[in-house]
Design a binder for this molecule. Structure first.
Ligand code: GAL
Length: 418
């Protein structure tokens, strides 16, 4: 009986393939959203596609921040066997588009309708030579400080507004057994903290000089050396080393009341809420960064895969689902993000989500929307990983001199610009 069922199934699949009925064929998507909240967010997209008759097939490469996913995507694309779609962010989208890997199949009228509702920084993240080559699904604010209010209350403290405030508060928390500031040992987590710290210790102009322009004068400045030295002074307060834990395991200490604070994008909020953290979770801007919004735009690109991706029915369905205001609204709630479309309903976002949108609007007006280096919005993956390497080594090797670190950082980034 079993053999008969298998043969029938095979016959059915072959028949569907022959009729070119793309809707029954799985659409393979490479991504790295594997946490509980990320999976819940993906389910919104999967069910939207299923209603259009598209079957989403996961091609998952775990690892927050996406480094491993990008490496595997590169291998598959070079082997001529790319997935139909991939989660890509920022300049990586333009890099892949310039190599001819990304499809830009959307009608001009549809692109015009997206121009009318998408902020400039989002359009820049997903266009190549004026055409959309990726579909933006959500915007994260990276420079958040997540706080366990019960822990701060235990020492009678308010969340620090500046890093000087932090350095006064941290010893008090540590003295009574709390980890003042959670930090996992993955480079992207150190990079996330470093970019928010640098911004909090300087300003938007300096942030852009270092992470967007790779400006040697800024990188080699005494200001940069001072910021690195103060950054490393955080280390005794970060409860390290936390070897081998994923970011979702690391942040559980905030929920458990073992730690007081965490600097991370607002995907951490969604994950903490999924883990059951309730009223004691509070969101405040990372110290010194209240008027700025370091952004991460998640987007899905269609690749020139055989078959499905070339099938404009799949492409049109992908765009219709991912760019629908209703989907973007639901996905934002589950992902801890804000929707990229200005016309997507934001009324169901929680307090921190509403605060994120207000911060985005304010920062847009004062030109303080800043692309996240740590989350692939500023510069190439190679530059991002060069920054991670230098910053992580300096942070974890107290004997290294800050001048040496700035020299190494400058040399690495200048070499990439040749
Ligand atoms: C970021 C991504 C977020 C979240 C995070 C942790 O780069 O934009 O959506 O997935 O990594 O994995």
């Amino acid at each position: 009986m079993k053999r008969l069922t298998g043969l029938c199934l095979l016959a059915l699949l072959l028949a569907l393939r022959m009729t070119g009925n793309a809707s029954a064929q799985p659409v393979e998507v490479l991504h790295y959203w594997t946490s509980t909240s990320e999976t819940a967010a993906l389910d919104v997209i999967k069910s939207g596609l299923a209603q259009k008759g598209l079957v989403w097939k996961d091609f998952v490469i775990p690892g927050g921040g996406g480094e491993s996913a990008y490496a595997v995507l590169q291998a598959r694309a070079i082997a001529g066997d790319p997935p139909v779609a991939a989660l890509l962010e920022g300049p990586t989208v333009q890099e892949w588009a310039s190599l001819g890997f990304l499809a830009s199949p959307y009608p001009a009228s549809l692109e015009k309708s997206w121009d009318a509702v998408l902020p400039q920084v989002v359009q820049q993240a997903v266009k190549y030579k004026g055409r959309y080559v990726a579909l933006p699904t959500n915007i994260h604010r990276i420079n958040w400080l997540w706080v366990n209010t019960d822990v701060l209350a235990a020492v009678g403290a308010a969340p620090p507004k500046t890093w000087d405030d932090f350095f006064v508060l941290a010893p008090k928390l540590k003295a009574v057994g709390y980890t003042p500031l959670l930090l996992g040992n993955e480079p992207w987590q150190e990079g996330t903290l470093f970019e928010a710290f640098l911004l909090g210790m300087s300003d938007a102009a300096f942030y852009r000089q270092v992470f967007v322009e790779h400006n040697s004068d800024a990188i080699l400045s005494s200001r940069m050396q001072y910021i690195l030295e103060r950054f490393r002074a955080l280390r005794p307060y970060t409860g390290r080393p936390d070897a081998g834990k994923s970011w979702t395991q690391t942040i559980a200490a905030l929920r458990q009341g073992k730690a007081a604070m965490l600097v991370m994008g607002d995907w951490a909020k969604a994950e903490l809420q999924q883990q059951g953290m309730g009223r004691q979770l509070d969101c405040v801007p990372a110290p010194g960064t209240a008027s700025a919004f370091i952004y991460g735009v998640d987007s899905f690109a269609l690749l020139h895969a055989e078959g499905e991706a070339g099938d404009n029915k799949v492409q049109a369905q992908f765009a219709a689902v991912l760019m629908s205001p209703a989907l973007q609204s639901r996905l934002a709630q589950r992902k801890g993000a804000i929707p990229p479309r200005r016309d997507a309903d934001r009324s169901k976002l929680d307090r921190c989500g509403q605060a994120s949108y207000a911060a985005f609007a304010a920062a847009e007006k004062t030109r303080q929307l800043l692309p996240s280096m740590a989350h692939s919005m500023a510069g190439t993956q190679v530059a991002r990983e060069a920054i991670f390497r230098v910053v992580s080594h300096y942070f974890n090797h107290p004997q290294q001199d800050s001048g040496q670190a700035t020299q190494q950082l400058n040399a690495a980034l200048q070499a990439l610009q040749q």
